[in-house]
Ligand binder design. Structure first.
Ligand code: FES
Length: 185
């Protein structure tokens, strides 16, 4: 298992911030998963040794929290919210459209490893459902025909440059820079 110097630095900096080494376990797991995509048995043992724990102490965290993985998701990971507010606005249909267009069932990774879909609980943007996350970008109101166009753009790798869909995170950055400009006038 190889980690970048940047990740190793983050790990070494975060551990002393906790009164006991073991309390840093979730942070360390997240740093490692961010880089490697999942936590294998070998990685599990490495983290345990780093925190003076047994591998089972790390394994029990990975198998308990749904955001933690023992095997990697696809290169592009799509999360669709299935909690009631989004479900009432059509997220089940959205998930179906994405499954059909991207050629992978939710909970699985496409055979070529390109895409995976996860149908999961609240993505914390309940007023603008159906909410879909593509990797770390959040997209709102992805229903009906829009879901089809959305899936096509993912397939063609044109979502980032699309004018039809702006992620919540990108909109936030552009609104902040606009308000700074108007304050400077
Ligand atoms: S219910 Fe979908 S984001 Fe909260």
């Amino acid at each position: 298992m190889e980690l970048s110097l940047e990740t190793l630095k983050k790990i070494d900096e975060v551990i002393p911030k906790y009164p006991e080494k073991r309390s840093a376990a979730l942070m360390v797991i997240h740093f490692v998963q961010d880089e490697l995509g999942s936590i294998s048995d070998e990685t599990c043992s490495w983290i345990a040794e780093k925190l003076d724990l047994e591998p089972i102490n790390i394994k029990e965290l990975i198998t308990f929290y749904p955001m933690l993985r023992e095997t990697p998701w696809g290169k592009k990971h799509i999360r669709v919210c299935r909690t009631l507010p989004c479900a009432l606005r059509g997220s089940y249909k959205t998930c179906k459209v994405l499954e059909e267009k991207l050629g992978v069932m939710e909970g699985h990774v496409r055979e070529d490893g390109e895409f995976s879909i996860e149908f999961m609980e609240c993505l914390a943007d309940c007023g603008e459902g159906p909410v879909v996350m593509v990797d770390e970008q959040t997209f709102e109101n992805i229903e009906g025909k829009k879901a089809e166009e959305f899936a096509e753009l993912i397939l063609e790798e044109k979502l980032d440059s699309s004018k039809s869909f702006t992620s919540y995170e990108d909109a936030l950055v552009s609104n902040n820079s606009k308000s700074k400009k108007s304050q400077n006038k």
